[in-house]
Design a protein around this ligand. Sequence first.
Ligand code: AMP
Length: 311
Amino acid sequence: MSLTVVGSIAFDAVRTPFGERERMLGGSAVHFSLAASFFTDVRVVGPVGEDFGADHYEVLGRRGVITEDIEEISGGKTFFWRGHYEYDLNTAHTDDTQLNVFGDFSPKLSAASRDCDVLFLANIQPDLQRQVRDQCAEARFVAMDSMNLWIEISRDSLKQAIAGVDALLLNDAELRMLTNESNLVRAARQVMSWGPTIVVAKQGEYGAALFTKDTFFALPAFPLDEVADPTGAGDSFAGGFVGYIAAHPEQPLEADLLKRAMAHGTALASYNVQEFGTERVARLTPAEITSRVTDLAQITAFVDVPLSLRS
Ligand code: AMP
């Protein structure tokens, strides 16, 4: 039972209405790994530059994330992303993206990473996602994420990557953009016609919706009265969702399992946004996750509707 993830390992500069950080540990694979580490062994694949220090490895190491497949490129600089959010925290505005060591990265996975049971292709250039997907031929479940940048500049490659996975997790606006379809149900159906059997539309503070051929399920985001920084919320959701699936290999990939996975993804994302970057999830405890999933189950429990309508 092991989970491999490829994605960005980054330094992020982020400004929100509630504060800013000039350089913090981030990246899709980092946020994903920290969240998924509560469920199973996680191996993270990706390059970093010489500026990636022992303190950064330590954030991952303290959560037991296996960093053997992080490749340090001598003379290189770590991927850098600068973004900001307005009062509408659902939309990240990218101010700068420096691929740096990702520019000519060619992933070479160790045997242990290739042998994974579950694979997550976190947001990164879709050619790299495909290269990693091809190396993990035996994985029983493969999921992926992406973003507007790659839909704009690498659409064909992205569609090929999507065709090779079981589940696509994407923001609702990106799902519409990818499929040129304004209706989310039809957009999800279109993606399923390309190959995946599961589509999750992430909807920021409104939660997430899950589509399969015969299931629809949605959860609101956990209601929080203070949100500091939404960066990494989608990746933390994915870490909870995919991590939960990885931890339950005996259960069929059907509604019951997927709903529980959605609840764990929602819980992880909610903690992530309470502080900047990885700050909160890095010191999270399993008991806190369980408590939030329990609260979420309570606030979303539905009662029988009495049939007493007037004609
Ligand atoms: P999200 O979960 O969508 O908020 O993802 C935020 C993370 O995505 C940040 O930590 C960034 O470092 C990372 N990121 C931003 N742009 C890109 C990109 N073009 N490719 C890969 N990762 C990115």
